[in-house]
Design a protein. Structure first.
Length: 260
């Protein structure tokens, strides 16, 4: 029996969800791709190269910072939608700073909240998030069932992952972030941008981070980037069955994915 193209795509999506993983830089992209068997193929997007793994997700080095990450992710999502093969899930992934002692070096973190930590205004009374100024969104919440399954499979911690435009380099800033976000486990620079692009396309988002350094005073000697990249590869190897079996159309968890 020959199915119409649209029905064929619908059934294909149900059996094998299409997943886009967005990292910041190529070394993170390659670490994710190494979790899947076989050499990836390349596809060109505006300003970026997409790796298509033969047995897993498409992986994109979307760029550093929330703005470029959002733009590149949106370009990939748009290209897939226009090509008739939209993505079912977007995963922001890479290395990150971890808040000690809760997220030690080499640990894996799955975000149950993806929060823009410095999107707002400084006032005489302290920082105000943009939502308190009457605008926008500051937090996206990935599907809770997916977070639980991913964390269990990868042996990961769960908590808030902060998105910052300026990496923390002092103890005072680290303490201030934890005071405003007591559940924060890690900070990175792309998750919120990726989540904004996903939300604009109506696609759920997940964020997975491997801790390479402590959040606080900038000490390059304490960084363990190689160990974190290895943890990222191993983590995605363990996540593969979860990502392959999860389907946003059939999930029971349908709570809002963002706060306004």
């Amino acid at each position: 029996m020959v199915l119409p193209a649209e029905e064929g795509r619908r059934l294909l999506t149900r059996s094998a969800p299409r997943v886009l993983v967005a990292t910041a830089v190529p070394v993170e992209r390659d670490a994710v791709a190494q979790a899947y068997a076989g050499p990836p193929s390349e596809a060109s997007l505006p300003g970026a190269t997409l790796l298509r793994t033969p047995t897993g997700p498409d992986v994109l080095a979307a760029g550093v910072g929330p703005a470029l990450a959002a733009a590149s992710t949106a370009a990939a999502l748009t290209a897939a939608a226009l090509g008739g093969t939209p993505y079912d899930l977007v995963v922001s992934a890479g290395i990150a700073g971890g808040f000690p002692p809760d997220a030690p070096l080499g640990s894996l973190v799955v975000a149950d909240e993806i929060t823009a930590a410095d999107l707002g205004a400084e006032t005489a009374d302290g920082f105000l998030p943009v939502t308190e100024l009457g605008f926008g969104t500051v937090t996206h919440r990935p599907p809770a069932a997916l977070v639980r399954a991913a964390a269990a499979a990868a042996g990961a911690l769960t908590g808030t992952v902060l998105t910052v435009s300026t990496v923390t380099g002092t103890a005072a800033r680290a303490a201030g972030l934890r005071a405003r976000h007591p559940r924060a486990l890690a900070e990175a620079m792309e998750g919120f941008g990726v989540a904004e692009a996903a939300a604009a396309h109506g696609v759920p988002v997940l964020e997975v981070r491997a801790v390479s350094n402590p959040v606080g005073p900038r000490d390059r000697a304490a960084w363990r980037i190689g160990d974190a990249l290895t943890a990222l590869t191993e983590g995605f190897g363990k996540l593969a069955p979860v990502l392959e079996s999860w389907n946003r159309h059939d999930r029971n968890d349908r709570h809002d994915r963002h706060d306004q």
